[in-house]
Write a protein that binds this ligand. Structure first.
Ligand code: ZN
Length: 313
């Protein structure tokens, strides 16, 4: 039976796993990225882990796939730039790993790999035209069109988080104004909530997460579950903004499914009603009605998607 090796490289953690073609996970591990130590140090540690994974599964694995946040040249297997991996520019990651491990690697944007994971695992390849929206600190996106990952002309298609949903809107991390990410990324959601809370200390004491009593997306989900009006309003606004972004996608691409995934998706109970209501505003109903929109709780769609994508021709 075939097996694929997938690696998800984030700003903080690296996840690695091996999946058999029947979706059974044979190996999984994670380690710290420590991108500040440089590409050379990182690639040595990653190559060792890859060799360990291959050895442990005892299967013939000839191909792997890597998902990483940033601007990727997927044809050449080069990371052009990543906001999460400071100082890493034009890194020929596929060539580096081939030299160290003997394996061939595909290199893709991490949200593209999460969308592949969603397509294969959640939708069982039955939904040929779909988008995945990864909602974390930032917002990523990937498109599957006609059952194939859609790269666009320079492998940068699917930057759903940087669609402008509000002209003259809020400043986004990318430098532009009014992007979806500036409204629905976890940072933006928390910022919006804090701007509405008068007694921030009391709010932190009541709903804050961990010893630091942090107000994050999880805290806002908890507050909403306890009926807190500010949290409920912020989630409702989030649903509305998402309906603008997703509505535009549906008008443009006539997708049959949109899957929302990532940390912020935990607030689904509180943003989904406003999202669905917001979509009702579109007067062209057919593309809205046909699309199934749902949230996936699977936290490993990125690394699973990479491993499954490694097996694709
Ligand atoms: Zn942006």
């Amino acid at each position: 039976m075939k097996a694929g090796l997938g690696v998800d490289i984030g700003g903080t953690n690296v996840k690695i796993l091996v999946v058999r073609e029947d979706n059974k996970v044979l190996f999984q591990d994670r380690f710290k990225t420590h991108s500040e130590k440089g590409v050379k140090d990182f690639s040595v540690r990653l190559a060792l882990k890859i060799k360990e994974a291959v050895k442990e599964t005892g299967l013939k694995i000839s191909c792997g796939a890597i998902g990483m946040a940033g601007d990727i040249d997927s044809e050449k297997g080069v990371l052009r730039y990543s906001p999460n991996l400071s100082g890493w520019k034009n890194v020929p990651i596929a060539d580096i790993l081939k030299a160290k491990t003997g394996l061939s690697f595909k290199v893709e944007n991490d949200a593209n790999m999460a969308s592949w994971g969603a397509y294969v695992i959640e939708l069982k390849r039955k939904s040929l035209n779909m988008a995945a929206i990864t909602m974390g600190t930032g917002i990523g996106g990937g498109l599957i069109i006609g059952g194939k990952l859609y790269h666009g002309s320079s492998s940068t298609a699917g930057e759903i988080g940087h669609m402008i949903i509000e002209t003259n809107g809020r400043l986004c991390g990318c430098g532009n104004y009014g992007c979806l990410e500036a409204y629905c990324g976890s940072k933006a959601i928390v910022k919006r909530a804090l701007s509405k809370i008068k007694d921030k200390k009391a709010y932190r004491d009541k709903y804050g997460v961990g010893e630091e009593k942090k107000i994050n997306a999880e805290a806002l989900s908890c507050a909403a579950s306890m009926g807190d009006k500010t949290a409920l309003l912020v989630w409702e606004e989030t649903g509305f903004y998402l309906s603008v972004g997703i509505g535009n996608l549906l008008m443009l691409l006539n997708l049959d499914s949109v899957i929302i995934t990532g940390g912020v998706s935990k607030g689904k109970k509180y943003f989904m009603p406003a999202l669905k209501k917001g979509l009702e505003r579109y007067s062209i109903k057919t593309p809205i009605k046909i699309a199934k929109i749902f949230v996936s709780d699977n936290p490993d769609l990125g690394s699973l998607g990479s491993a499954l994508f490694a097996m694709e021709k």
